[in-house]
Design a protein around this ligand. Structure first.
Ligand code: SAM
Ligand code: SF4
Length: 467
């Protein structure tokens, strides 16, 4: 049994990352014959993408996917620990699975993802949730087969604290055959004081550009239209490879593969270079959409958060992006109620929102995460006040999101049609990442088409295809 331990996380060395070929040798081909599986994913695109890897592995072992959790023989929860409510949701689901197992003794329950990297969670699972059969972390997904084979009556827990590896040759069962995620970097070294990611996902490790380009070339050959390059802090891509090759170079080389739409998330304002701005502006297949988390507009709070930029520097970068990238849409993340945030600090945040008029924003109330420095800071803002600030912020964000969408009214824009949504309409996204619903034949799925926008709402647009 290996347990997580992240006391040493901040003492990371500059040792180079070790590349390993993915070791998924199928030892027990029949493990899943006649059995079904269900994977429930919480959290960000990284977790969604890891679940695509878990699904590929299970299907290589001959498990069959199952749409209904209650009917599956194996249920895996791929968890998130970014905020407390993500924890609560996963534990709520474990409660449901506990009842299910009472009537279905052979059910196998697995827990993985970021929560599995937390020492306190693993201890909790050991002490209070004995019905969970296997636990594995973000660094050893490839060991799922062994955990399933070696399952005994006891819990099988295997979580690594080591974090210096990159696995290549990973197989994925991608959710979509139109757009794909491609990891370019794992982990994060920024250590924002509120954030648990550097502990649960390990140190920043960039994949070699040749491996990334090869993966995208294969996706292009398979007919994929869109690729999103994934990392917690993609602008810092390559810094750990000790070469001059940066995200700007990578964007240029990946754009050369001929992929029709190229996106990347998430950008930390600190590492956004002029070369990146230039390449996004120049290349038609790099989409004019940037997620640029602000977190707070107060310099005092930004410093306490260890964000490494000031309000003024952020606004300068924002202006540069708007001035140089035609029609760019910019979204953000904002935290309210960080320890020590006064009304004046919060107003600084509102001021940035008023200046930037974001296309949209993800807004959160600060959630203390065990082991992060912010949990030790004095939190003197009442929950009532935090809720009021969140409400006020959301009103403002929604107003600008609505206005940003209105700009599309009666205009024709390119939309990549992805599938059939609610109410039987087709849905897709503009290059600027606006959700568009259209009533049209499903022959358009997978195509980039011209859509005339007839109605604009706060979070979506309705339109018709312009042949
Ligand atoms: N790497 C990205 C960045 O630098 O902004 C963000 C990654 S995180 C998965 C997504 C968002 O969750 C963050 O931008 C932040 O706004 C929010 N978040 C992270 N930790 C949080 C916490 N303890 N409480 C509230 N929100 C948090
Ligand atoms: Fe978390 Fe993003 Fe900061 Fe890294 S850069 S610590 S992932 S908020």
């Amino acid at each position: 049994m290996n347990l997580p331990n992240y006391i040493d996380a901040k003492k990371r060395t500059k040792e180079s990352t070790v590349k390993e070929l993915y070791k998924f040798n199928i030892n027990s081909k029949n493990l899943g014959v006649g059995k079904t599986y269900f994977v429930k994913t919480y959290g960000c695109q990284m977790n969604e993408h890891d679940s695509e890897n878990i699904r590929a592995m299970l299907e290589e072992l001959q498990f069959t996917p199952c749409e209904v959790m209650e009917e599956a023989d194996l249920v895996i929860l791929n968890t998130c620990s970014i905020r407390e409510n993500a924890h609560n949701k996963a534990f709520g689901m474990l409660g449901r699975l506990k009842h299910l197992k009472e009537s279905k003794k052979d059910l196998v329950i697995g827990l993985c993802g970021c929560m599995a990297q937390e020492e306190s969670v693993v201890k909790d699972i050991m002490e209070k949730h004995p019905y969970v059969d296997i636990v594995f972390g973000t660094h050893n997904i490839h060991e799922l087969q062994d955990l399933l084979i070696n399952r005994t009556k006891k819990q099988n827990i295997d979580v690594y604290s080591c974090e210096g590896k990159i696995y290549e040759n990973i197989s994925y069962k991608r959710e979509s055959d139109i757009k794909a995620w491609v990891n370019i970097q794992y982990g994060c070294d920024k250590f924002c004081t509120y954030c648990i990611v550097p502990y649960t996902r390990g140190k920043q490790r960039s994949r070699k550009s040749a491996e990334i380009i090869k993966e995208v070339e294969e996706l292009v050959k398979k007919g994929y239209k869109e690729v999103t390059l994934l990392g917690q802090n993609v602008n810092a891509y390559g810094k750990d490879l000790y070469s001059d090759y940066t995200l700007a170079n990578l964007l240029s080389d990946v754009a050369d593969t001929g992929i029709e739409r190229l996106r990347f998330v998430t950008s930390h304002p600190w590492d956004f270079t002029d070369e990146m701005v230039d390449i996004i502006a120049k290349r038609d297949n790099i989409m004019p959409y940037i997620h640029l988390p602000l977190q707070s507009g107060s310099n005092k709070i930004l410093k306490l958060m260890n964000r490494r930029y000031t309000k003024e520097e952020y606004l300068k970068l924002y202006k540069k992006l708007k001035d140089n990238i035609p029609n760019v849409s910019i979204t953000t993340d904002i935290i309210v109620g960080f320890p020590g945030e006064t009304r004046e600090d919060f107003e600084e945040t509102l001021d940035v929102v008023k200046k930037c008029k974001y296309d949209s924003a993800f807004t959160f109330i600060f959630s203390p995460r065990e082991g992060t420095p912010a949990t030790k800071m004095i939190d003197n803002v009442s929950l009532d006040e935090k809720n009021k600030r969140l409400y006020e912020l959301n009103e403002l964000v929604n107003k600008y999101a609505n206005k940003a969408n209105q700009r599309y009214l009666n205009k024709t824009t390119k939309v990549l049609i992805e599938g059939i949504g609610e109410k039987g309409n087709l849905f897709g996204y503009t290059d600027t990442m606006k959700l568009v619903n259209v009533k049209a034949d499903k022959k358009y799925i997978g195509k980039i088409v011209d859509v005339k926008i007839l109605e604009s709402k706060t979070w979506s647009l309705d339109g018709e295809i312009n042949e």
